[in-house]
Design a protein around this ligand. Sequence first.
Ligand SMILES: Cc1cc2nc3c(=O)[nH]c(=O)nc-3n(C[C@H](O)[C@H](O)[C@H](O)COP(=O)(O)OP(=O)(O)OC[C@H]3O[C@@H](n4cnc5c(N)ncnc54)[C@H](O)[C@@H]3O)c2cc1C
Length: 362
Amino acid sequence: METHVLIIGGGIAGLSLAWQLAPTVPVILVEAERTLSYHTSSRSARQMQPGYGPAPIQELTHRSIALVEQISAGLSSPILIPRHLMTLGTVAEVQALVAAHSSLTGLDQAQTMHRSPDLRPETFEAAALDETAHEVDVPALLDFYRREAVAAGAVFLTEHPVTAVEATGAGFTVTAGGHTIEARIVVNAAGAWADTVAQMAGARPRGLRPYRRSVAIVSTQFPVDPAGPMVEPADESFYYRPDGGHLLISPCESVLAEPGDAQVVEADIAQLIQRIDAVTTLGITGVVRAWTGLRTQPADGLPVVGMDTEEPNFFWLAGQSGYGIQTSAALATMAAQLVTGTLPDEDSALAAALSPQRAGLN
Ligand SMILES: Cc1cc2nc3c(=O)[nH]c(=O)nc-3n(C[C@H](O)[C@H](O)[C@H](O)COP(=O)(O)OP(=O)(O)OC[C@H]3O[C@@H](n4cnc5c(N)ncnc54)[C@H](O)[C@@H]3O)c2cc1C
């Protein structure tokens, strides 16, 4: 088999890049697991929050929301729905947040209670409200990327773990699932395994480390308002939001892990339930299901995107940390422009901030 671009990894990074590249160049995507998006991309909280993360992430999130709005408009049901974010704190904490982020509005305690009547008023003084935040139907978005890529001619091979990547001078010979694939360009979209894949190809690892984070869906004694906001404290030590008649909750842990099939630590969820019961009157009655995923990032917390100048034709699309869903559409657009040499000049500073050659990696 041969192709122009071989993408390693069938999570949201690989699928979104296939969507962007397939209309222009031949693409094969290989995924180790039996199903696409088995790892982190199916384990997120499904949020797109333009106020979350460092400046390059905020820019990519704004752009992605606009792109996903267009995608959503062409589908039979909307996949992007407003889900306001309320950050609770003291008056001073909320004033500081509102001063730092133009998208936030300050609410006093009564206004906050009006928007979320199940809060316990004695646990906060005020809130910062972000009305630009959204919830996204991630399975539908992943399916859109896959369908569009396949319609444009991309080939997806699941159960094809990459076990060898050998530079040939003109590109790479890749061994995946027992097959040999010749590729001009190899894209490393391997999530928690990105440094492992880089080493296989002879490229310098960039210090990408996976950190586990969990989410649980819980039932409650009193009904959850489906249109209610996502709620977090100012120190971002947990969050919760309505989810299909239940509550989606996360302890926001960030614990260094090995690449693999991350599993829930039940004590984390039990502790979190106590914390949320202390701030709301909803009364959590049980865990419906829970999952854990790996948020992978380098030391400076920004994604690693671009051609590796030390290992020619080896392209990085990794290290999206907790932002891989909310940035996928714009990041894939930029990555495809970098692969095809069509990046607009006005985006060169943004690309430099994410470059695998930037200082501070490894
Ligand atoms: C609890 C939690 C909540 C989150 N919430 C949000 C959120 O609300 N919003 C947001 O934007 N982000 C969120 N994230 C982060 C987001 O989910 C990730 O940034 C994103 O899914 C990363 O996508 P990926 O494609 O890089 O990785 P993955 O989805 O892990 O895909 C990488 C793929 O590469 C494959 N692979 C690895 N090695 C090989 C090999 N040798 N051969 C072939 N295939 C290989 C793996 O099997 C895997 O399928 C959250 C993450 C977690 C854990």
